[in-house]
Unconditional design. Structure first.
Length: 390
């Protein structure tokens, strides 16, 4: 977008970035980097900050094994950077933060640093697998701030001037809450439709048709999360659900629905694992093929991935041998897999679509192979197969 950037991180990451080595695979990232690398300079985070007026903090929010956030850890990172920033700086934060964080940083500046910072919160929109596209063509941009100086507000708005979408200027706590609400709503949608799928499995329901008919209601819409599948994972949605749960606990406001989203999601995971256990043949040397290991399509990220959790559970069993296919992380393995595919797999577990698998699907799956298709991705191929489960 024509901006000049100095980008700071720890020395190990910076060395890799300067070599064009990125920590994640992201569509078109390398192409953008090669085309616009003259606009960005990667530096060690311990270097001095000079001559800049705008500082954009984008630390990933740390999570524990239950997707709970560590608020104090992210605050300590912010405070370390704020100590290095010159007076009167404009501070933009896009890390996922609990509601009230901007207020705490404002108080820290007023009482301790006394640098008269101007804080802005712009909730990130970097969905893994399509981050650049979503950043450049978002549905809207939310800019949260308690700053009243119009000049400084306009400076931040100008950063996004080439992005054609609605820009909402709201106060900081409204912006913080908007991120929690959006992710918790999406998480709730996934848990809701998975529960409907479990209930509906007792009836003669075409779930693809059900999805279309429900989404045709304009109050819900065709982009809604109403396709049943495996649980939401990756940490992003669960993080905001847990933030709302913790906020409700602190304020002694009982939230029955929100407090049970994670419980419903965990129940979905448990049911899938139990289904797999039930369908594993009782024999020695069980051959399993798992399709999909990342937590969503289009990324190589395994963080908090439920398919990866399933892989670890069954790969740890002595009588099970699991082979993996994933478009995003096992590309070098495909040729070998194509050659060896005619071996008799006892069980195939499908978490996401795979173009190579689809090419050889009809010809090579043996009649006695059990197929567990989470989300009914390939049901059209298995309509009359009694060993097909979804």
């Amino acid at each position: 977008m024509g901006h000049k950037l100095r980008s700071f991180d720890n020395e190990k990451i910076i060395k890799k970035l300067n070599l064009g080595k990125f920590p994640i695979n992201e569509k078109n990232l390398i192409n953008y980097y090669k085309k616009y690398r003259k606009n960005i300079k990667f530096e060690n985070i311990n270097n001095n900050f000079k001559n800049e007026k705008i500082f954009w903090l984008t630390f990933d929010t740390p999570l524990d094994e239950n997707d709970n956030f560590d608020h104090e850890k992210i605050l300590s990172k912010f405070k370390y950077i704020l100590k290095k920033i010159p007076k009167n700086g404009i501070i933009i934060i896009s890390s996922q933060i609990p509601i009230g964080t901007i207020g705490r940083l404002q108080s820290y500046d007023k009482l301790v640093l006394k640098k008269k910072f101007s804080f802005f919160y712009v909730p990130e929109n970097l969905r893994l697998g399509s981050s650049i596209k979503n950043f450049l063509k978002p549905d809207r941009i939310i800019i949260g701030t308690d700053v009243t100086n119009k000049t400084k507000i306009n400076i931040v708005k100008k950063i996004f001037r080439k992005i054609d979408c609605q820009k909402y200027i709201v106060n900081s706590e409204t912006a913080e809450m908007s991120k929690h609400v959006i992710n918790s709503f999406l998480a709730n949608s996934i848990s809701f439709i998975n529960e409907i799928a479990m209930l509906g499995s007792n009836y003669d329901i075409n779930f693809d048709d059900l999805e279309k008919t429900v989404k045709s209601d304009r109050r819900i819409g065709f982009k809604s999360y109403l396709k049943s599948g495996f649980s939401f994972s990756g940490g992003t949605l669960a993080r905001d659900v847990n933030i709302l749960k913790e906020t409700s606990r602190k304020n002694k406001v009982p939230l029955k629905l929100i407090n049970n989203i994670i419980r419903s999601n965990s129940l979905r995971e448990k049911n899938i694992i139990n289904l797999i256990k039930k369908k594993i043949p009782k024999k020695k040397n069980i051959q399993i093929l798992q399709i999909g290991i990342t937590y969503k399509k289009g990324t190589n990220t395994l963080r908090r991935s439920f398919p990866y959790k399933v892989y670890k559970i069954f790969n740890s069993q002595k009588n099970c041998k699991i082979e993996l296919i994933d478009n995003d992380i096992d590309k070098n393995y495909f040729n070998k897999l194509m050659q060896n595919f005619k071996k008799k797999y006892d069980l195939i577990i499908i978490f996401k679509k795979n173009k190579y698998f689809e090419l050889i699907l009809k010809k090579n799956i043996k009649k006695n192979t059990k197929v567990i298709d989470i989300g009914r991705l390939y049901n059209k191929y298995f309509i009359d197969n009694k060993n097909y489960y979804n």
